[in-house]
Design a protein around this ligand. Structure first.
Ligand code: QAP
Ligand code: CO
Length: 165
């Protein structure tokens, strides 16, 4: 297993649109293991392949307290969505910044699992927010893009300044 490098906003690679996985092969299985290790190693609850500069539609999530309930989503699609909720979001690609974002409360998602088998999952609350946040990454979207241009610029400048240190 290996810890992968996580891209930091405003890296242009974070804006690439990920391609669908055609066939879940050994390369994807290794990537999923490395993504999980990378997420756990940096105390994250979700990580999209885009964030490790791999542009295929793969997400790992674990919102459990014991960090022993890994959810892998490949080619996820939202089938149903209802209601609204606001949640204070963070992102491993935007370290140190947390801001409220409005999302759907309930979603029903169709996806492939880490073996390429199709399944459906329903989510509310944090899990729902996390899936929507990670699916945005696959579309090249980072949560700060929901904020005002002023806030986006402040975050951008601070992160660029931090990186130079
Ligand atoms: C997305 O984010 C998410 O700034 C996953 O210093 C976040 O795992 C969905 C993290 C909140 C729903 C709610 C962020 C770790 C982790 C940081 C993460 C940091 C260390 C963020
Ligand atoms: Co993120």
């Amino acid at each position: 297993m290996a810890i992968l490098t996580i891209l930091t906003y405003p890296d242009p690679n974070l804006h690439k649109v990920a391609k669908r996985v055609i066939n879940v092969d050994e390369v994807h299985k290794k990537l999923i293991k490395d993504m999980a290790e990378t997420m756990y190693g940096s105390n994250g609850i979700g990580l999209a392949a885009t964030q490790v500069n791999f542009h295929e539609r793969i997400i790992v999530i674990d919102i459990s307290d014991d960090k022993n309930d890994l959810l892998t989503l490949i080619n996820p699609e939202i089938l149903q969505k209802e209601g609204k909720q606001e949640y204070e979001e963070g992102c491993l690609s935007v370290p140190g910044f947390y801001e409220a974002v409005e999302r759907f409360d309930y979603i029903k998602v169709q996806s492939l699992d880490n073996r390429g088998k199709s399944f459906e999952i329903e989510a509310h609350g944090l899990l729902s927010v996390c899936i929507q946040h990670e699916m945005d990454h696959l579309e090249g979207k980072v949560f700060v893009e929901y904020l005002s241009p002023l806030k986006q610029n402040r975050i951008k400048k601070k992160l660029i300044k931090q990186r130079k240190k």
